[in-house]
Design a protein around this ligand. Sequence first.
Ligand code: IPM
Ligand code: MN
Length: 355
Amino acid sequence: MGKTYKIGLMGGDGTGPEVLAEGVKVIQAAAEVEGFSFDLTSYDFGGERYMKTGEILPDSAIEEFRELDAIYLGAIGHPDVKPGILEKGILLKARFALDQYINLRPVKLYPGVETPLRDKGPEEIDYVVVRENTEGLYCGAGGFLKKRTADEVAIQESINSRKGVERCIRYAFEYCKKRNRKNKLTLCGKTNVLTFAFDLWERTFHEVAEDYPEIETDYAHVDATCMWMVKNPEWFDVVVTDNMFGDIITDLGAITQGGMGIAAGGNINPEGTSMFEPIGGSAPKYTGKNVINPLAAICAGQMMLDHLGEEGAADRIEKAVMQTIAKDMQSLSAGKMGHGTKEIGDIVANYVRGE
Ligand code: IPM
Ligand code: MN
């Protein structure tokens, strides 16, 4: 008998619940084949619940989350709720409270996917961004002075602790070693301008590097990183960076791998409860139309199973996704896939079962 994993399902807003349903379909197919199972609990936190009850994400839910093996998330963000309330109150609250200090975002081009980098193929676009996920500009440190006057000042501070930076960099070195591809870790920063924050990052990077003589180290400013991600993506293997830069460069990475329809990520606490999600938003205009691409959510499910130690099941899902793209899909864009959201979920699940 295989294990039973306790998974919290949080569909969230917009198309989140739809893509998550397809992800669940696929992980369940993989679990059946590989002989393990899930104990699933659904949570309806999101814009609708907030507007009805005023509740965002209570501390009691965080306590329940701690007992889970992982959280599987759809998308957060509702057009009728002021931007920031749900994003900070649900997504960032979960990331911070559960100390998911790594945001792991693979950028991988599957065969047959259209990318704006036409002369780059799957060999050239295959790297992973390790984004620090609990510090930097996301801490909410700062404030207003003389708010709503002509002399108003707004300050938003980037918090970088030695501990926070070091654990992220160490995770990146370990990940690079385990990945065992090019064995190259690039620090993405801005040492020429952000001379405090990235001085700490750079010093820590070189100190930790001494424990990993087998890993080649490299440095690139964030602006140059954006350029190389388009011009020479094959230079990258694993990239480590702070929270804000990681947010920005992974949207760029996502578009080079075929768009938000395929880009997945993990919010990881290596010692606690991690949370896996498609990295795109809740796409309100496509909600309820069965047109959104569920592959990003399915790939997030694959990352979750890999994280839980079910490598066989994860591998099956990745191969099934590749088969679906190569044989069944006209495009990865919403509404242009040649199939509906549910049908793509069925196709991937069937390939997972070997049908
Ligand atoms: C992401 C998103 C979030 C972030 C938002 C929704 C708060 O853009 O996961 O990349 O900025 O981290
Ligand atoms: Mn983002």
